[in-house]
Design a protein around this ligand. Structure first.
Ligand SMILES: NC(=O)C1=CN([C@@H]2O[C@H](COP(=O)(O)OP(=O)(O)OC[C@H]3O[C@@H](n4cnc5c(N)ncnc54)[C@H](O)[C@@H]3O)[C@@H](O)[C@H]2O)[C@@H](O)CC1
Ligand SMILES: Nc1ncnc2c1ncn2[C@@H]1O[C@H](COP(=O)(O)OP(=O)(O)O)[C@@H](O)[C@H]1O
Ligand SMILES: [K+]
Length: 484
């Protein structure tokens, strides 16, 4: 089962190129470019007035349509009686087209923003094509220590809308107003940090199938997939996750995964571990079933029987039994979450792991595991996750403050994470949660997206004291609210 089709349109992220194409299409269909600029400026004005009180405004305008939006906004601010000045890169605008700015144009050398001022950054947006240098760079450098507020139109100038990377230099905006759809660069890397509060305004562009390059994760995409089969009476028809545990003291990570799976909505969770940790697990688990194993046959038996997904890796260790279990898990063909030790077992010969993976697998590396497993895969986070998924033939969920999921279909960017998630064991809980959602017949990319959002949402309102022990209870609350 897939993402909701209408939500997919709403959650689409478009590259600058796709946005320029949508722009051209709309103009070709009869909307003049000046009308689009007018709408973009009006939307910027609305945001500016809602976010800032009246104060002196300096508008920095570039040579393209980002600058044209800035010029038009300037005229609107003059009409509204705001004190403004306009600084243009290169050729000044034609006096005929911008009579409203008479007497407000200043040379670039005069730019000296004060602490109480508002600077509108309309230098470059979607058309940024090379690193920012020279006069433009000097203007942005002056912003760094000025203490002025910054409203960026479309993107902070210098942020690559496709990747979130800084090309040369980019200001730190307080507010960014963009149009039609967000771009990946609003959500990734430095882009996510520099945009400040982001507003997206409708300016009457048509959405077309194929416009999107990625999706911004949100419950409306996958909420309908949760609690599937809730009307079934039998626990195993609601999905049965097997969490493979590690030996002795290493068992705690896999127990956290089992807790994550047990609040996922799956009907049953079995914790399968070597005797040394199964015995202890039996004394702490109630709802989770515990089975000891001496060899991979125990996993094989469950996989051929009632299991509908497997979580393997957290606290598993790198011993011979771990290798055997990993092979058994992957050979079963069941949906599998491959995390932690299962990712690093084959770091010296990753092709061995990749050839055993199948399209029902979800790999959940953090940056360190990713670098070891996908050597030579470089670039922005979105490109890396996509390249890794293509290389290994499975879904890859690359963790971090922004999490990117790439697999079958458009990649998904998850942004509701907070620092309180950066606590030992929270990734183990996530692996279990995704395993539990996979067990409910949700496709891998969809299960990973749902798991990442729910996991982050559970921590969102938490303070720094949140630990992984308390995360499952919060996850349960989030899921119950989503499906009620
Ligand atoms: N749907 C849309 O795409 C719409 C776009 N609009 C605005 O139009 C913008 C895109 O306009 P453009 O395509 O004209 O592009 P931009 O205005 O973002 O920039 C392109 C111009 O900047 C120059 N340039 C690029 N990188 C530079 C650098 N590093 N140093 C110096 N000069 C550089 C280019 O040579 C070109 O002249 C959007 O960001 C948005 O603000 C709105 O007006 C209306 C609708
Ligand atoms: N600064 C952060 N902001 C938001 N989420 C974060 C941040 N740091 C880590 N996370 C999330 O916390 C989890 C940590 O997982 P992981 O690194 O595997 O930790 P562990 O191995 O201790 O469980 C991941 O889901 C990751 O996306
Ligand atoms: K800009």
């Amino acid at each position: 089962m897939a993402f909701d089709a209408e939500a997919t349109k709403r959650c689409s992220l478009m590259t600058p190129d796709a946005m320029a194409e949508a722009d051209r299409r709309t103009i070709a269909a009869g909307t003049p470019e000046t009308t689009l600029i007018d709408r973009a400026a009006r939307a910027s004005l609305r945001v500016l007035r809602s976010e800032f009180t009246r104060r002196p405004v300096t508008i920095l305008c570039g040579p393209g349509n980002n600058g044209a939006d800035g010029l038009r906004l300037g005229e609107m601010l003059v009409d509204a009686g705001w004190p403004i000045e306009v600084i243009c890169l290169g050729e000044p605008p034609s006096a005929e087209r911008h009579r409203g700015l008479d007497g407000r144009l200043r040379p670039t050398g005069t730019f000296a923003p004060g602490p109480g001022a508002l600077v509108v950054d309309a230098l470059f947006g979607a058309g940024l094509s090379r690193p920012v240098e020279g006069e433009a760079r000097a203007l942005i450098e002056k912003l760094e220590f000025a203490g002025a507020s910054v409203l960026s139109i479309d993107l902070p100038s210098g942020i690559d809308g496709a990747t979130g990377e800084v090309l040369g230099i980019a200001p730190q905006a307080d507010v960014t107003v963009t149009f039609h759809r967000l771009k990946p660069g609003h959500l990734l890397g430095e882009g996510a940090r520099r945009c400040g509060k982001v507003f997206c305004a409708d300016i009457g562009l048509q959405y077309r199938e194929g416009d999107a390059s990625a999706l911004h994760n949100a419950p409306e995409l996958w909420r309908h997939l949760l609690a599937n089969g809730a009307r079934e009476t039998h626990k195993y028809e609601r999905g049965h996750t097997v969490v493979v545990g590690g030996p002795g003291f290493m068992g705690s990570a896999s127990r956290l995964s089992a807790y994550g799976a047990s609040v996922s909505g799956a009907g049953a969770v079995t914790y399968l571990a070597p005797l040394s940790s199964a015995e202890f697990a039996g004394t702490v688990f109630d709802a989770v079933m515990v089975r000891p194993m001496t060899g991979p046959e125990a996993l094989e038996e469950l996989a051929e029987g009632k299991a509908s997904s497997i979580v393997i890796g957290p606290g598993m260790g790198h011993g011979a039994l771990s290798r055997d279990c990993l092979h058994t898990a992957l050979a079963s063909g069941l949906p599998c979450v491959v995390d932690a030790d299962a990712l690093t077992l084959y770091e010296d010969e990753p092709s061995k792991l990749f050839s055993a993976l199948h399209e029902g697998c979800v790999l959940t590396p953090h940056e360190g595991e990713f670098a070891r497993l996908f050597k030579g895969v470089e670039g922005d986070k979105l490109s890396r996750a996509k390249a890794a998924a293509a290389r290994c033939g499975a879904t890859v969920l690359l963790k971090g403050s922004t999490t990117v999921i790439a697999g079958d279909g458009l990649p998904v960017i998850n942004t509701n994470g907070s620092r309180s998630l950066a606590t030992a064991g929270s990734g183990d809980v996530l692996a279990g949660l995704i395993g539990g959602i996979l067990a409910q017949s949700v496709a891998p990319r969809e299960a990973a997206a749902a798991g990442a959002w729910i996991h982050a949402e559970a921590a969102r309102s938490a303070g720094p004291s949140l630990n992984a022990d308390r995360l499952p209870r919060r996850i349960a609350g989030v899921i119950d609210r989503l499906v009620s």
